[in-house]
Design a protein around this ligand. Structure first.
Ligand SMILES: Nc1ncnc2c1ncn2[C@@H]1O[C@H](COP(=O)(O)OP(=O)(O)OP(=O)(O)O)[C@@H](O)[C@H]1O
Ligand SMILES: [Mg+2]
Length: 262
């Protein structure tokens, strides 16, 4: 862990603010993700978590503030360019095409890796065929690693909720992220399924991705999987620390209990 303190952050958000007309969804929010870290981003509904994802990945231009990734200012870059740099996100709604098989879904996730020219697309040569073989091999490896090997050729609409959540991560992994950001990846899983899912997420770091940012309402999962947890409430950072510190923080307890009581 000490090595983390000497390293440059992989991602650094400085003073992000996002206003929609009169509504300030996120206010003056700063945080970092170090190489090798799993960071949990939590907060009640409407706290601004997805808005943060949208600002970090170029879907929204922040009203104020800057985002740096791998030491480069990416604040005004387009989502596609940011993804190509290795910052890949999932969406709160599924990125899976239900009529395609598991394999086909993961293969489509490799599109960011296709660096062939337009000419090569129409006149495929050996280089393109090699890239295609590599994408197929990589898709199969990712599917096995996510524990979906048995379901390789099943259409996605036949998957259980748990399998679907694993497939969503597999599709995102196909784009070869350095930093993978997952927005409620365990939605709909029971606590047993979520525990297994959390184990799988942990195995990704250091092998398939450098770092992970996870937005999740399942507290058991987020607290067991994260090295550090950042709490948003009404668009502002309420707390930040190791999972046990955050869980014991009275402001955090109040933000959640206050919501549960409402
Ligand atoms: N494009 C938009 N235009 C207007 N308001 C928006 C837009 N996107 C988000 N908001 C508002 O910003 C606030 C934060 O929303 P956001 O979706 O970021 O919350 P969240 O923390 O992801 O919530 P949840 O846990 O329910 O997913 C909400 O009040 C929401 O209505
Ligand atoms: Mg959200």
């Amino acid at each position: 862990m000490n090595a983390l303190h000497d390293a440059e952050p992989l991602l650094r958000a400085d003073n992000l603010t996002m206003r929609f007309g009169g509504l300030t969804a996120v206010r003056d929010f700063s945080f970092e993700i170090m190489p090798g870290e799993i960071v949990g981003l939590i907060g009640p509904n409407g706290a601004g978590k997805t808005t943060c994802f949208n600002m970090l990945t170029g879907f929204y231009t922040p009203t104020e503030g800057r985002v740096r990734f791998k030491g480069v200012d990416i604040t005004n870059r387009k989502p596609f360019a940011i993804a190509r740099m290795g910052l890949v996100r999932s969406f709160q709604k599924t990125n899976v095409m239900k009529r395609l098989t598991v394999f086909e879904n993961v293969l489509t996730g490799h599109y960011l890796d296709g660096r062939q020219s337009l000419l090569e697309t129409f006149l495929p040569g050996e280089r393109v065929r090699r890239a295609e073989r590599a994408a197929r091999d990589s898709a199969a490896t990712i599917i096995e690693m996510m524990g979906l090997g048995r379901r390789m050729n099943a259409p996605a609409h036949l998957l259980s909720c748990g399998e679907l959540r694993l497939l969503e991560v597999a599709v995102a992994l196909a784009a070869k992220p350095t930093l993978l950001m997952l927005d409620e990846p365990a939605a709909g899983l029971n606590s047993h399924e979520a525990a297994g899912f959390g184990e799988t997420l942990r195995t990704l770091v250091g092998r398939y991705v450098q770092s992970l940012l996870v937005v999740e309402h399942n507290m058991g999962l987020v607290m067991s999987v994260s090295d550090r947890v950042v709490v948003l409430n009404f668009g502002q950072k309420l707390a930040e620390g190791r999972p046990h510190e955050v869980q014991a923080n009275p402001d955090v307890v109040e933000a959640y209990l206050g919501k549960a009581a409402a």
